[in-house]
Every structure is written in structure tokens, then in C-alpha cells.
Design a protein around this ligand. Structure first.
Ligand code: TYD
Ligand code: MG
Length: 453
């Protein structure tokens, strides 16, 4: 009898090899290989692509617009690129407990209230638990079917029988197919389960949302294994200590990937945050050195954030530097620019930089705010709390133009700021006054002369 064959799979990216390897050649992570039985491919073709033998002219091909429907939660619709695409497969990933089930149950509520049929399949909670959660979330009027099941063959039968418009699978790590011997949550099971769901979605034209837990360690295969199989990947993130949550698209076959949706977790579920700038600036200290406000852009939306810096004399041989919510190397680079171009002695100072509110922002337009916050803390000189900044800082201390300057200025004006300091190159091309005073700067010397006089 033939021996049962096993292979080694990377838990992170799904890379396959016959032998165990210490480092994955695919994702370059260490110690991620697990041994699992090999699965015979039986699902067949899962794509709906029409195969043509002859190449065709692009001008001859008729493009069909994908069919979409709005789910009614504006933040979610925007992240999806303008509503849910029919027969698409969407993965919603995130840490356990972040609110994925809550978000999707709320989405189901909005959709059934619009007279569509939804099937919510949970492998994690009992029907009573889901019902209890639903009661906290509000009234469900329409046809929401609940099912507790983990066997995918039975799930397929149920979908075929009830023909819902939308299915939610909570979560992919609990689902299994009988013919695969490895445990639910293993790379083989997760991959095969997603393949099956893809076939169902494209085959009978139902939209499927899959929930996947992201775990850094442990036996559960991370949703990274599935990212290339699904149409859209959304990540639901947030800080443990903060109540707000950010929904981010990291892959979207039907839209842009840099949109975010902001929610707040409240007693009765997730509430959309329509004005994230106001949310981020809540509780900002006024007239304190080291606190400045930056106009940043997330996706297509402007977002105002507070950047804080604390610079103090060090007690160590090696000064301590930390950066929370932004890039550590960038902060070091900006401090080096300050030392070299303005002659400010920072090598015997500790520096702590923090983007308040727990948001992580790495766009270069934040440079000017980080630099000014460091300068303000070092000099112990506060900025006017109605001042806002944006701009990229180059290695020679020049302030470089950034994109979407108009939106940044308009958002600042809307939030009641009265002075905006920006790259001169942006100011020259500014089409809008926005009712806010604008000052263009060319290099960091000008910034210093302007603010630290
Ligand atoms: P949940 O949706 O179960 O997370 P996930 O499916 O991502 O694991 O959310 C769990 C957390 O959300 C839980 O810690 C409690 C909190 N929560 C609220 O604060 N308010 C609510 O109305 C609900 C339903 C949950
Ligand atoms: Mg859950």
C-alpha cells in the first residue's frame, strides 16, 4: 500500500516543500513550516474566466461593469470601493476580539433590512450567543438565517437549498472538509475550504464574506495563506486600549486599496466615525511644547492627527529614541537632519515621538510635523494651537511638496485651524484659500525662523 504522503507548508504564506526548512523561501520568515498530509486537488477550476485560445484585441473586448449593492454602512461601502460586488469573495481578517463578528453581523442587519436574504454561518458561537449579540445591536427585520456548522459539504448543500444573496463564514479556521485528514485551521484545510467557497461564490453567484483570525504564532494558519485566493482582503485593526477600529483594504480586485473606514466600539456595537479628525484630536493639550497637529491623508480622505515629541537630556550612554505610530527610522533621520542643518545638539538627548490616538501613519507628509514637534519640545516653545503643518523633509533640510495639498488645507480650515504651514511648492500651486492663512516654507531654517522666533 502506498504510504500516505505528507508535505511541509509554510503557516504564513502557504509555500510547499517536500523537506522541512528553517526559513521559508517564500516569505523569508523563520520556523513557520508544519507537516501536513497532501491533498488531492478535486475542486477543479474555481474561476469563471472564459478561456480563449486566440489572443484578442483590447479594443474589441467588451467590459462589463461589476454589479454592486450598497450594504448601508457607509464606511464599509467606501472601503469596498463603493458597495459589495455580487459573487465576490471577501476576507475580513483581524486579531481575535477586535470586532469582526460584530461588524459583519451589523452588515447583515443592514442588508436584510433591505429585503435581501442573508445566511450567517458560525463555527465559533452558538445560535443563542449570536442572538444575544444581535439583540445588543438593534432590530433585525428581514430574513437573516443563522446556522451553526463547520462541515463545508453540509454548508454547500444549505447554500444551494436556500440561495441567499450573501453568506458570512465565521470563521475560516473552524471550517473543514471531510476528505482532508488534517485538523481545521491547518494550512491544507484553510486552503481547500477557501477554494470550495470560491467555487460556490462564482458558481451560483453568491457573495461570501469570510472571517479569518490573524495570529502571529500558533497552529492556526494565518489568513495570509488565503490572500491571493480571494477577491478582496480587508483588515480590521485597532489598539487594545483604544475604542476606535480601522477597517483597511489591503487587496481589492474591484477598487482602490488605500481607503480606510473608522469605527468606534460602543456598548451597542460599532458606530461609524464620520469625522475621524475630530476623533483623533479629542483631548489634545493646548499651548504645550512638543505637541503639533499634522494634516495627513489616509486613502482619499484627509485626517488630522496630533504628533507629540518629548526631548530631554539623556542619562544613558546611548540616548533612547522611540517612535509610536510612525516609522522609527524616519524619526532618527529627521533628528540627524536637525543636527546637521540647524546645528542642534540632539546626540545627548532622549527623544520620544508619538502619533496620538494610536493611529499608525507613515506617509512622508508627516515629516514636517515630527520635526517641528521635536524642535518645539527641545526649545520648550509651544506652537499656537491653531497651527497645522504638512510637508516632506529631505536630507538637505529642504521641504518638499506632497500630494493632495488642497484637501489637507480644506480639512484644516473645516476643523477651525487658522494657519497652515506647507511646502512652498505646494503653496504656489494652491487653488484654494479655504479661509485659512497659508505660509510656504522652503527649508527647515525657514520653519525655525518662523516658529521659534
Ligand atoms: P467580536 O465581534 O466578537 O470580535 P471577533 O469576532 O473579531 O473575535 O467582538 C468582541 C469584542 O467586542 C468583545 O471584547 C466585546 C466587544 N463588544 C462591545 O464592546 N460592544 C458590543 O456591542 C459588542 C457586540 C461587542
Ligand atoms: Mg468572532
Amino acid at each position: 500500500m502506498a504510504k500516505n504522503k505528507t508535505m511541509f507548508f509554510c503557516k504564513e504564506c502557504g509555500y510547499e516543500t517536500a523537506k522541512w526548512l528553517g526559513q521559508c523561501p517564500g516569505c523569508k520568515l523563520w520556523d513557520t513550516f508544519v507537516e501536513e498530509p497532501v491533498v488531492k486537488k478535486s475542486s477543479g477550476s474555481i474561476s469563471k474566466i472564459r478561456v480563449s485560445r486566440e489572443p484578442e484585441l483590447i479594443s474589441q473586448i467588451k467590459a462589463e461593469r461589476e454589479e454592486r449593492f450598497l450594504c448601508g454602512i457607509e464606511e464599509l461601502d467606501r472601503v469596498l470601493g463603493g458597495g459589495i460586488v455580487s459573487s465576490s469573495l471577501v476576507l475580513v481578517g483581524g486579531d481575535p476580539g477586535i470586532g469582526k463578528s460584530t461588524l459583519l453581523l451589523q452588515m447583515c442587519r443592514e442588508i436584510v433590512n433591505k429585503h435581501r436574504k442573508v445566511l450567517y454561518i458560525s463555527g465559533e458561537e452558538s445560535l443563542q450567543q449570536i442572538k444575544m449579540r444581535a439583540e445588543r445591536l438593534g432590530v433585525f427585520n428581514g430574513e437573516l438565517l443563522l446556522l451553526c456548522e463547520t462541515n463545508l459539504d453540509l454548508i454547500e448543500d444549505t447554500i444551494n437549498k436556500h440561495k441567499p444573496d450573501l453568506v458570512v463564514i465565521d470563521s475560516i479556521q473552524t471550517m473543514f472538509k471531510d476528505e482532508i485528514s488534517s485538523a481545521p485551521g491547518s494550512v491544507g484545510q484553510v486552503r481547500e475550504a477557501t477554494g470550495t467557497l470560491m467555487r460556490i461564490a462564482k458558481g451560483i453567484g453568491v457573495t461570501i464574506f469570510i472571517i479569518g483570525h490573524v495570529t502571529k504564532e500558533g497552529v492556526v494558519a494565518g489568513p495570509r495563506v488565503l490572500e491571493h485566493m480571494v477577491d478582496t482582503v480587508l483588515y480590521f485593526e485597532g489598539e487594545n486600549h483604544a475604542s476606535y477600529r480601522v477597517l483597511r483594504a489591503v487587496k481589492n480586485r474591484f477598487g482602490s486599496t488605500n481607503e480606510i473606514g473608522v469605527f468606534e466600539m460602543c456598548g451597542n456595537g460599532l458606530v461609524e466615525v464620520k469625522n475621524p479628525s475630530e476623533f483623533m484630536l479629542k483631548g489634545r493639550p493646548e499651548g504645550e511644547p512638543g505637541s503639533v497637529v499634522a494634516a495627513s491623508i489616509e486613502g482619499t480622505r484627509p485626517l488630522l492627527v496630533e504628533v507629540q515629541a518629548l526631548v530631554c537630556r539623556t542619562n544613558f550612554n546611548m540616548p533612547r529614541r522611540t517612535a509610536a505610530g510612525t516609522d522609527y527610522n524616519r524619526v532618527n533621520l529627521l533628528m540627524a537632519v536637525l543636527e546637521k542643518r540647524l546645528g542642534i545638539q540632539l546626540s545627548d538627548c532622549d527623544a520620544y515621538v508619538n502619533v496620538a490616538g494610536g493611529m499608525r501613519i507613515t506617509e512622508p507628509a508627516l515629516d514636517l510635523a515630527i520635526l517641528t514637534a521635536i524642535l518645539s519640545s527641545y526649545r520648550n516653545r509651544p506652537l499656537s494651537d491653531k497651527t497645522i503643518l504638512f510637508g516632506e523633509v529631505g536630507l538637505t533640510g529642504e521641504i518638499r511638496a506632497v500630494n493632495m495639498a488642497e484637501q489637507r488645507v480644506l480639512e484644516a480650515a473645516k476643523m477651525g485651524f487658522d494657519l497652515c504651514i506647507m511646502p512652498q511648492a505646494n503653496k504656489e500651486h494652491m487653488k484654494t484659500q479655504g479661509g485659512i492663512k497659508q505660509i510656504g516654507v522652503r527649508n527647515i531654517q525657514e520653519v525655525m525662523d518662523l516658529l521659534m522666533r
